[in-house]
Write a protein of this length. Structure first.
Length: 148
């Protein structure tokens, strides 16, 4: 493998951060205007919604999945709880742990926002280019990732 210069590495990092920030801003703007959610709020709802029937995770596990600090996640969950999208409950087995559960309203909001998020990701060709070969699917009516 060829040696990469420090300057090329720094340029690549800067480009990656620029693409990520543009995408995050677009997600926040469009999810916010269409669904009243930030991209982080959507991500939390999506992670909870993906948790089988119960739709719940321990706060610490959720923090790892959404890459937020405990305090940032606690504030975000507080907003979602205030809006009736999640419930927070102490763990009966370990009172130090807190469970976060998605509500029916949270599942509905997540389902409504999902096509918006997926459409944004689909238009960012660099996102699709990062998928492992087996995960890449053509966009079209027969694709399960294509909103009908």
């Amino acid at each position: 493998m060829a040696e990469v210069s420090d300057e090329a590495l720094a340029r690549s990092w800067h480009e990656l951060m620029g693409r990520y920030n543009r995408l995050a801003c677009r997600l926040d703007r469009e999810l916010g205007s269409a669904h009243g959610l930030s991209s982080s709020e959507f991500e939390v709802l999506q992670q909870l919604d993906a948790c089988a029937v119960q739709g719940e995770l321990r706060m610490a596990d959720l923090a790892h999945r959404v890459h937020l600090s405990q305090s940032a996640l606690s504030r975000l969950v507080g907003r979602l709880e205030r809006d009736g999208l999640v419930l927070r409950a102490a763990c009966e087995a370990d009172r130090r742990s807190v469970w976060i559960r998605i509500t029916d309203a949270g599942r509905t909001r997540c389902a409504e926002a999902r096509p918006t998020q997926r459409a944004i990701l689909r238009t960012e060709t660099w996102c699709a280019a990062q998928l492992p070969p087996g995960d890449a699917q053509p966009a079209g009516p027969s694709s399960p990732n294509h909103p009908a």
